[in-house]
Structures are given as structure tokens and as C-alpha cells.
Design a protein around this ligand. Sequence first.
Ligand code: ARG
Length: 655
Amino acid sequence: MLLALYRILVMLRTLSAVGPGVLKVFKTSERRLGSESRQRTRVVRPFRRCLKTLSASQSGRTSQSSDKSNYEVLKETSGMSDWPTLKDKIADVVSAGVEKVNPALSTDVSIVETTRSSFGDYQYSGSMQLFSKLTDGHEFKSSRDLAVTISNMLERGDMFDKIEVAGPGFINFHISDTFISQQALKLAQNIGSSSKQTFGRHVIVDFSSPNIAKEMHVGHLRSTIIGDSLCRALEYRGFTVSRLNHVGDWGTQFGMLIAYMRENETSFTENISDLQKFYKNAKVKFDTDDDFKRRAQIVVTQLQAYDEETYSMWKHICQASRKEFEEIYDQLDVQIEERGESFYNTLIPEVLQQLVDKDIAVTDGGALCIFGQDSEVPLICRKSDGGFNYASTDLAALYYRTQIEQADWIIYVTDVSQSQHFNAVFEAGRRAGWLDGRKVTVVDHVGFGLVTGEDGKRLRTRSGETVKLKDLLAEAKKQCFDQFQARGADSSEEILLESASKLGIGAVKYADLRNNIATNYMFSFERMLELKGNTAVYLQYTYARVHSILERAGLQTGPRSSELALPICSALQERALLLQLLRFEDAVDTTLAELMPSKMCEYTYTLCVLFNNFYSECKVFDVQEEQARLTMCVLTLNILAKCFSIIGMQPVSRI
Ligand code: ARG
């Protein structure tokens, strides 16, 4: 009864926390777009904000600006800033300028890309804030006056054509064509060298995490795709990444299932659909038949005592599910290591005892509860019947990951409805001091929205059942194959099937990733397979186009760096393409700072649009600029390949 009441309260609180949060963010980004001040949208923040500060306050790193993401802090403290991006380079120039004006003003500088060419290529908008911080008796008449003084102090070098002050104190930077060309050449020359940086920073990404004996559903698909892409971006940046599958493989439900299977003499099946059917029947029986419920609870005790026969049955059930999950991961080209809830089981009593000893967990109505500082709804970490639950396991997992593995950063990827749960777990971890110690761990919860059908409701088949992932992926491949055939593709069936598979899977991933994570995402084969617009097919088509240009030039294996000509900015389209190519590393940074693969998608789509603009305006072959333009194609192909790899899409060279 008490539990039911808690649940309702939790739900209500979750709803009220999400609603206004989202609204507030929309308002913020609207304002921002208007003033050109920041391109960074921060929609995930309301769900993440409280988590971010978790270690900051505990570790004494109170100087950390609350506005900084965990990635930005790790980047600064890991030596990653030794390889500055374009934005970093401009930020360094501005920092030095501010320091010269008044050392007391020196602060973290944030530079944004502008969206209108009249504002130049980059903008600094910090002068207004700096002005408001000035104490009495300073010499500046206005924030604009301060901006002018700062801009006069800036070291221009060959990087800028023009630096202008606009409005109340925006500083706009126009990058010089020479700088763009030279940087692009440098990038092209180094692109093949595999000097991979590593930073000895360990990140755990907890993603996918389906439940044993149940079919993986679209929510798990979303977690798998988003989590994998974040891992890929982190790996690209040189983090050591543990990709953990926190599968639901422990708990009362297994007692119920095993008891049912024993009593109904169901011969053991490897088929997950059968298992799911047994699971449903078992649940009905469990809820309606008190005697069965008691018997099931005895089986739970047997399982928890690692009784040989029960344990071996449980292992079989897990194995059957595992086989099914692995098929999906193989198709999706996702690497993940299974470390399910059962892994932490033996650690739970000790971890809960620590929480009791520290007066963090208290018994209430028979259950062990943690009352949060900002919430009246407790986190129940041991049920009144003495059994452990989802929260018990997550507390033990947090302890293990921070204290034993000493990870630097933990990222959890689940649907947004679990944000309240993670807030509570993290708060408990902070109070327990697990985030102190030799190493400091920071945590983020990436909460994503629902996957809906075209009717805006939860995705279901026509007959109203939940969509099976296997069927969904098979359908995507089939539709791509049909498209190839309809277009009269002349390759062998084997090649067509392989391309359709790459294209289909890539399309499902891209259609998901390109959305802002926090919003619901509408699943539509028709839309994701369109040739035009922001789709994977359009990106693949662009990739194939660049590939065929290089093939024609005999450069598909990549030219030697001494053969590369200096790229040029003779046409606007060339300049725009080159600048976008130079912005790749910044796009990786934004993706990781915001924990939003949509940022990588946005970047990739813009790159494709700019390449196609370039190609339609600038002739590549049989012109004086041929070599320069071929270098631009080489760069585009290489950067596109990197983008595809972070998105998790395999390129198709012919389409
Ligand atoms: N198995 C859970 C579910 O299906 C997701 C687990 C996420 N990870 C975690 N550490 N709680 O909802």
C-alpha cells in the first residue's frame, strides 16, 4: 500500500519535474538564437543538472563553473586541450586579450559559431557579463566600450581578416582565407596518420541493458544506438571506454518464471518468444494465485542461495536471451560487454549496510529507504519483505564503479522516465562520499524520449503488438533492397544485399540519432529512406559521390601527402566547405559536452549540403583548380568517414 503510494508520488513528481524543465529550456534556446549568443542547445540539462554537480561539490572542486559539462572539465584536466580545436584557438586569443585588459577579469572563454555571415565566422559574447562583474571605479563607459578595448588587445596573427565589435559588445571574428586554406592543407596532410591520443581517462557507458526472458524493445534499441554512438565519440577522443550492458537478469521475476516452468513441465526452450509467453503466464499466476506466489518466492530464495538446480536453470534462461540479444548487436555492429544486475548481487548487503551506518538509509514501514534532500519521495533500497530491487542493484553498481573500478566518468543511457531514479541513486552516492577518494568520478544520465509510431503513439504493429526489433531491422534492409532493385541497380545480388544491409541499418540509426535526445521520436520507414532531406540515404549518396570523384582521379586509396595541393577559397562554396571541414573536432566536442549524438548528425548533414553546393558550383576536372579541389574531395571523404563511424553507420561506396 505504502509502496503503491510512493510510486504514484514518484510518477507525479517526475511529470512535474519534466514539464516545466523542458519548457524553460525551449524559452532559453529561443532567446539565444535571437541574439546569436550561443549555438549550444541544452535540452538534456534539466535532467542532468543535479547529477553533474555530484562530484564537483564532493571533491572540493568548487571552483568548477556550474555551467561546464563533465566533458569540458575532463578535457581541461586531461591534457586533451593540448590539441586545440578551431574554437579553442580563438578562445585562447580572447583569453590572452582579456588578461591584458585586466588580469582580474580572466575567465573561461566560450566561443560560438555564428549562423549569419554578417556576424563573421565566430563570436565572443562574454564582454557583457564581464562588464557586469566590474567593480566601481573602472574606466569603461559600457559593455561595448569594454569589448572594443578587448578587441584592440587581441593578437591577430594571420588567423583573422577582421575583428569587429557589434551591438552591446559582441566580438565577431572573420577568419582569413589564407588561414583556412593552410589549416585545411595541414589537416589533409595529417589525416591518414594514426597518432591516436589516449588520456588514461576511464569512462563507463551503461547502455542498451534489456531484460532477460523478455524481448528487447524499441526503447532498448534507442538506448543501444545512442549509447553506442556516445562510446564511439569517446573512443575517438581517446578515452578508455567500458561499454556495459546492465541487463535485468536478477530478481523476483526469475523465481516466478522458474517456478512456472518447473510446475508446467515445460521442456526448456531456447526460444525467446516462448520464454516471454511463459513469463506472461507466470506473472498472471503470480498476481492471482497466492499459493503460487509463495512457491515462487521460495524459488527466489533458492536462486539467491545459488541452489545448483535453480541456478543452472537461470543460467539457461540467460543464455537463451543472450543469444537473441547478440544477434541484434551483431546486426547493429555494436560491441557491448554483459555485466548484468546479478553481478552486483553479493555486494548489495555490504553497500546497504554502509548507507545505514552513515545514516543515509533508514527503515521506514519495514522497507529500507533513502530520503532525498530535494525530494520527499524516498528511494526504496530494500523492500519490506527483505528483497532487493532495481535501486539496491544500482546503488551497489555505483559503489563498484566508483570505489573499485575508480572510473572517471559514468554515463547512463535510458529513457527519460528513469531520471528520478538516477537522481536519487546519485544523490545517495554523493552523500555516502563514494565520489571522493583518490580519483573523482562524475556522472551523467542521458534520458531520451519515447519512440512513437506515425500516429504519435507508442510504436506498435498493425495488430497492436509491440514491434519486434528483429522484424524492424529486417524490414529496413528489405525496403533498401527493393529501392535498389526499383532503380535498376546492376550489381550482383550479393553486393546489393550487403549494401542494403549497411544502408538499412544506418538509416535506422541515423533517423534516431538526428533527433534531439529528450524529445519523442517518430519512427517512419518512408521518411528515413527518402533520398532528399536530412536522411542517412542522402548522406550515403553524398559519400558515394565523393568516392566516385576520387575513383575517377585514381585517388580512392588516398594520395601521398606530398601530392596534396593547397585548397583554395576562390569561390564562396569552397570557403564554406573548408571551414566546415575544419570544424569537425569542434563538432566532436559539442557532441560530448552535450552528450547528444544529434550534434554529430547536424554537422554531418551540413557537411554534405556544403559539399554538394561546392560540387554543383565548382568544376573539379579539367580546370586550373583541379588539384586544389581534389584535395578538398580527399578531405571531405575522410572527414565524412569519421562522422559515419561516430554515428555508427557503415559507408556504401556505390548507391
Ligand atoms: N534494464 C533496465 C530497463 O530495461 C535498464 C537498465 C539501465 N541501467 C541501470 N544501471 N539501471 O529499463
